[in-house]
Design a protein around this ligand. Sequence first.
Ligand code: ZN
Length: 406
Amino acid sequence: MTVFKADWVLPVGAEPIRNGWVAIEDGRVAAVSGTPTSGVIDLGRAVILPALVNAHTHLELSYLRGVVPPSARFLDWIAAIMAARRRYANPEDPVILAAARAGIEEARASGTGLVGDISNTLVTVPLLREGAMAARVFYELLGFNVDDPAARARQARAKLNSHASAGDIRCALAPHAPYSVSPGLFRAIREDIDAHPGDISTVHLGESPEETSLLAHGTGPWRDLLTTLGVWTDRWKAPGVSAVEYLADLGFLDSRVLAVHGVQFQGSDLARLRALGTPVVACPRSNRYVGVGDPPLEAFYAMGVTVAFGTDSLASVQDLNLFSELARARQLASRVPARSLLESATRCGAAALGFGNEFGTIEVGKRAALIAVRIPAAGAVDVEEYLLSGIQPDAVMWLPKNPDTQ
Ligand SMILES: [Zn+2]
């Protein structure tokens, strides 16, 4: 057994511990309090906390870092990304794979130990496994105009099964968004989720005002783009409601579906999500980058929905550092307690991704996926607030999971 001691231990879900320590044995947390007897490694001016959880990213898009500049209009950004993605016809192009591998390492170096990764091609599954990064991989489907949605979902499931979920890499089907997936395909994916009770799914929801107008009136830039792409169909009728109401009425949303973005969510949407137990994943830096505005983060917390954080992909954010996302969240939600924001980035994210028994808090028996962050010399630092100040990778250290063998 090895004991790590530090000025602070942040168990998450319990009070921060001054001059705390954590004992690790066989890759698990063996104790968090009491009097350590032997093998104490004193980290000094540092805070020990659980690894962060990035609940929404697209590692396979890492090669698009900086390719499309920030945009004031979401649809302009979407069109530019679609054009950029056509550059590599082969999803396993070495450029794509190398960038995704580097993305995994970048996430880890900034303290992330678990990711929710969207993939259209599943190329990231072996990379995550090889990089030993725990992940919920969402195999994302698009299809606004699909003749046989059930067949589409069946084919996707067959491909998913060939990548067998195992251990720390758990895969499931996920629809992209209401403007790119037909009601029939939403239902077919929901049937697949219901047939796999351990699966967790996700959907981009309430991201842009253009999505809101398409669902409310069947008009606007999304309809124009779908028409240009040749996939618009008059069979699709605008539901005349919000994105949340639409998918809730379809029976798609529940506690096993993560709603990502929510920039356009109103109070009534949040009340419905809370009732359904649907977690919301906020990606505030990406939202600003793609020109959709800022998520109503304080309302998320005030309405009592479960909030997790994601960076989104490197196509729409500068880095995969979840501490940077927290710093942005702090700017947008100055009245939300620091503790709540940190819980979102750890415990809530882990639970939302279905890894709540292993990650997200420092508790006896849980995985020793722990980091230490260096803190300033000043005696009276509010350590929780300090963690929201934009921690950089050079201040982050991983605690060895099996110190006895290293
Ligand atoms: Zn996304």
